[in-house]
Structure formats: structure tokens, C-alpha cells
Design a protein around this ligand. Sequence first.
Ligand SMILES: [Zn+2]
Length: 387
Amino acid sequence: MIRDSNQKKILQLLQKRRELTKQEMSQILGLSIPTIATNTNILIAEGLLEEGGIGDSSGGRKPVIIKFLPNARFSFGVDISSQRVRIILTNLDSEILASVEFIDLDFTNIELILQRIADHMTQMMMDLKIESKAVLGVGFSLPGTVDEELGILEMAPSLGLYKVPLQKQFQAYFSAPIYIENEANAAAFGELTLGIAQQMKNLVYLSVTHGIGAGIVIKGHLYKGKNKRAGEFGHMTLIPNGKQCKCGRNGCWELYASVQTLLSRYRASLKAESLPTSITLKSFFNDLAMGNSMARKVWDEYLDYLTTGIQNIILTLDPHYIVVGGDISLYEDYLLPDLQKKIFTPNAFYEEGDTSIVISTLKENATILGASLLPMKNLLFQNESIL
Ligand SMILES: [Zn+2]
């Protein structure tokens, strides 16, 4: 569904302002009253707007107020990672109306996982009494490279999946337009549309979870590159001849700076001292807060690796902002001061303040909200935000 651009302008304006008269819309958008009236009537007929109340008038007939209806359409976001599958249902204001997740994932049977996702969605629609025609579509966030035009997951080493025609497979279980996107790109798109990046033009979104992904935003557009692989910083070589990566190369950044690595290094150091080793991110930061010297040592080493990668990104792209998201972003108080200090050690190229290091405002929801925005692109977004 490609919308008339005037209808998009009206919808976008009303989403922001919530209610306006046709006269006000005409003034703000610089469109004639008949153009506003024709397009508004189409949007009312489709249930996206409604007439309600009477506006102020300086005399003569009082104008009718037109209202935005956030619950006129809905969208699903699905975030698939090696740890879990999460599904959300959002309205046009990106409010999360329902959320479901499941674990116990066997990626050798992706068909079964897709079927479970579809079953959950059907149940969510029944619970909220949402009809199929009100669902704009489903946006998938995937931990790997994707061909979003062909709907193919090209490769996701962490899931052991290669060349999966995900869009086609999922269509067999759920009938709605289906969109797919890389997880860090989806998160960058979420931040760009709803979060911290609304005002920022050049930024790199870093998702630090079990791996490291990145989304690059240049002048307000998501930059994906010729083969849709831009931003695979997690697999840039940090240590020549370093650890073997699932991608086939050695010494990739994410092998040294992912959350998984942080935890496994801490576990290994505790094991060497024969201490209990059931460690989560939460318990690690508890230990760090308690002044545990082993936790401090592992944290410092980890931050050195994380820092080197971020410094390389700053030298390559010179962005306004590095937005840190993913699991690690929940521990902002520990992360930001230490990271800033390390990144801006004296060097010939940049100093503190040249690039801001900030934490994702959408936190753990950045990726999945970005995914759920994909089906709304044709309805609400004026410009193509993805290059
Ligand atoms: Zn790699």
C-alpha cells in the first residue's frame, strides 16, 4: 500500500498534534482546503481519523475537529535471538499493547519456531479482539545479515542459519505483509523514529548483547550498504590470529566485547579460584558494585576491548553520537563513566565532546520497536529512511 503523499502528510501531522481543524491543517501544511477535505475524507472512510467536536471560530460556521485514531491499525514486532523469541503488538503510536516471549529454541527446526510465533500472534489478536484487516504487518528483527527485498535471512551464525527464505516460510502460517531487518538496523531505525536519534543526524547504534551489531545512521537515513552488510563491526578484526569465530575468520570484535564474553571470562576467573560460577549479567554487576576485585579486573579488560572497537568506529565515521543499546545498556551507571574515560584518552584526532557516547533511550525495546515500525513505513513515513 503506497499512500498518497498528502494523506501521509495529514496523518503524520495529526499523529503529532492529535486533533486539528481542516483550516488549521491547510495552514500548517500549505495545502488548499479542498485538498485537505478530499484526503481527510478518504482517511476517515478508512477509519484512520474521525470527526469529533467543534473547534473555535472567529465568526461564521464553527469548524469540525479531526482526530487521529492510534488504535486504527496495529503492527507486530518479532525479535529472534539465540536466547529467546519475543513478540509485541503495537498501535500506531508504538505503544506496546501485548508482549509474549518463549525460549527452548531449536533452530534446526525453524519452521516449528515460525509456526509457534504465528500461533502466539493469532492468540494475541483474539485476546485484544483485533481483526486481520487492522493489522498492517509483521516486522522481524534477526541477528544476522538479511536481504529485506527478497525476504531472505542471508546468514545468522549465532543461530546456525544460512539462506532461510523467512518471509515466504512465515507467510504459510500468517497472512499479512512481512518485513525483515537486521537487529541492529532495526534498533537504529527505532531510535531514529521514536528514541534518542530523532534529533541526531549522524550516529552509530551499537547493540551489545550476546554478539555485537551496529546500525549506521547518516543524515537521518539508515545506511545499509551495497550488499546490506554495512555495520558488521562485530566481525571486524580486533586481534589478528585471535579466537576462531563462527563467521570463519579470527579475532572478531564480538568475541572479545560481547556480553557473552564478559560473563564467560568472569566465570572462568571464578572457577580458577574454585568459587561458584552461576553468573548472570545482573549478578556480575552486583559483584562489581560490591567491590569484588576479580569482577573489577574482568570489567576493565572487557572495557578495553569494547573501547578499541568504538575508537575504530569514531575514526571511521566521525558520528555525532554512539548510542549503546542491548543488554549492556541496562547497566548505564557502570558503563558510561568508565567507557567515556577510556574512549577519550588523549589522541591526535578527537577529544571528549567531539562524539557523544549515550545510552539507548528505548533500551531493550529498541530492536523490537524498530521491527514493529517496519510495517508502518508506507502509512506514516514521508521519506524513505533506509538507504
Ligand atoms: Zn566473526
